[in-house]
Design a protein around this ligand. Structure first.
Ligand SMILES: [Zn+2]
Length: 488
């Protein structure tokens, strides 16, 4: 039995507490750690995991949860979510975190935007990332049912922005998102300065990499050729544009000694580029998203404009490459890039008229990835926990998350690995009225979700009130010293 000090102090050594009773014991399940599975029971008290061991060795409990034949895993950590984003994604913290809880996700990282001069800006151009952080924190603390943090999004090439990076770190925001594409894309020159600053501070750069000028000219060409069908869309943002931009930014990150995290890697070409820079496995990391591991570009023929997103869903060989690189470690995280939109906004004649790129998947990501990676492709449960929980937690300075170790937050899910269900958007807790997994029969069901010891989702129902979720002030992560093995 392993026991956390606080527990000893409170119940064993301490004389202030008379009864040896904890809030909850989850008994008889198989615990999944990032490096092993073990049949054991787990005791929770006051929001924290206090001990693990045979049930007979644990204290008495007020609530016993029987997890026989179930897996007990740390709650999933999703580092890439869009919510409370005004003109963009439609979810509030309430709807997004409810979808997350039903999907076994107990912490996500959203985005805090500054305003900019431009027609797409939802915010006053004078507002800074610090305003954005405060806005997200306030809304989330009122509405969320799971814990959350934010990445700050830099969209202006200003000195004050560079100065605000350190201020943001002091508010518990240790990662900074930059785009190389769209109206909000930044130049390599400015990104080089951002990397210098975050390298000095030990923060993390989070990069959306596509070469905008190449994507622009290809888009123009497709428009001239009147190729507006959804099947034509991937040709406007091919794999090499993703690889080119990743190559540029990773190279600058290496020069700056800055921690680089690539979001939504989709292609063999881009993942190969990142692998080349990962000489010591420490400074260059990247994710892919659930949909890039289960769908290929034939989806544009079957679902039309619904799966419009950037970068696009790619070839069957690229799907294979996602798994090769997850196994090899060049990709170490699977995220959702969750963005809720209504079907109606995707009903356009030509794909270039669509301004709601992205799909919702907080509620589906874990069962869908479980079905594909574990059931179909032989990933182990520790592999699953590493890429969806432990690695994102350690990558982004969430030291109390992503683990079942005594002393950490009791963010725990009870997962039935053999129960199947059929995905239907009618069950969406998110605002979006469609799913790119509609009708799929998947194996794996999130039976219970606990956030800091509190039961939040129970067999498909939300049982906690908005406001249980807390803003997590994230530390500066030290990737080089991370004990977490990245490779499976
Ligand atoms: Zn995104």
């Amino acid at each position: 039995m392993t026991t956390y000090n606080k527990f000893k102090y409170k119940y064993v050594d301490g004389s202030t507490v008379s009864s040896n009773v904890v809030d909850t014991i989850i008994a008889g399940g198989t615990l999944v750690h990032p490096d092993r599975t073990v049949r054991s029971s787990i005791a929770i008290d006051d929001g924290t995991i206090v001990s693990i061991g045979n049930e007979g060795s644990l204290p008495d409990t007020e609530r016993r949860i029987d997890a026989t034949d179930k897996l007990v895993m740390p709650g999933m950590v999703d580092p890439h979510v869009h919510a409370h984003d005004e003109t963009r994604a439609l979810d509030s913290y309430e709807t997004a975190t409810k979808a997350a809880a039903l999907g076994g996700i107990t912490t996500f990282i959203n985005f805090a935007w500054e305003g900019w001069e431009g027609e797409d800006s939802p915010y006053d151009p004078d507002t800074t990332i610090l305003t954005g952080i405060e806005r997200q924190r306030t809304a989330g603390e009122e509405e969320a049912v799971i814990d959350f943090g934010v990445h700050a999004v830099l969209v202006n090439e200003t000195q004050s922005n560079l100065d605000h990076i350190e201020d943001a770190v002091h508010t518990g925001v240790s990662s900074f998102k930059v785009f190389t594409a769209y109206e909000i894309g930044l130049s390599n020159g400015f990104i080089d300065q951002v990397l210098g600053r975050i390298g000095e501070l030990g923060a993390v750069g989070v990069f959306h990499t596509e070469d905008q000028s190449v994507c622009d000219q290809l888009t123009e060409k497709l428009r001239r050729e009147n190729r507006g069908a959804p099947e034509d869309y991937p040709d406007s943002r091919p794999d090499y544009t993703e690889a080119m931009a990743a190559d540029d930014i990773a190279r600058m990150a290496q020069e700056a000694g800055a921690q680089y995290y690539g979001v939504h890697t989709t292609s063999r070409m881009a993942a190969d580029v990142l692998e080349r820079y990962q000489e010591d496995g420490s400074e260059i990391r990247a994710e892919t998203c659930t949909h890039y591991t289960v769908h290929d570009d034939s989806i544009y023929g079957s679902l039309g404009n619904l799966p419009l997103m950037a970068p696009p869903i790619r070839s069957p060989d690229d799907v294979e490459a996602m798994f090769e690189h997850l196994r090899g470690g060049a990709l170490s995280v699977v995220s959702t890039d969750h963005s809720s939109y209504k079907k109606e906004s995707k009903q356009v004649d030509n794909w270039w008229d669509c301004d709601t790129f992205g799909v919702n998947s907080l509620q589906r990501s874990l069962p869908v990835f479980h079905d594909e990676a574990v059931v179909e492709r032989g990933f182990s449960y520790p592999d699953l926990v590493r890429v969806m929980s432990t690695n994102p937690a350690r990558t982004f300075g969430l030291s109390n998350k992503g683990s079942l170790d005594p002393g950490t937050d009791a963010d725990i899910i009870v997962f039935d690995p053999s129960r199947t269900h059929t995905i239907s958007a009618a069950d969406n807790a998110a605002v979006s009225d469609f799913s790119i997994y509609e009708g799929a029969d998947v194996t794996g069901w999130v039976e219970k979700t606990f956030v800091r010891g509190r039961l939040v989702a129970d067999d498909g129902e939300i049982v906690a009130d908005p406001g249980h979720g807390e803003f997590i002030e994230r530390e500066l992560p030290e990737w080089e010293n991370s004990q977490q093995p990245l490779r499976g």
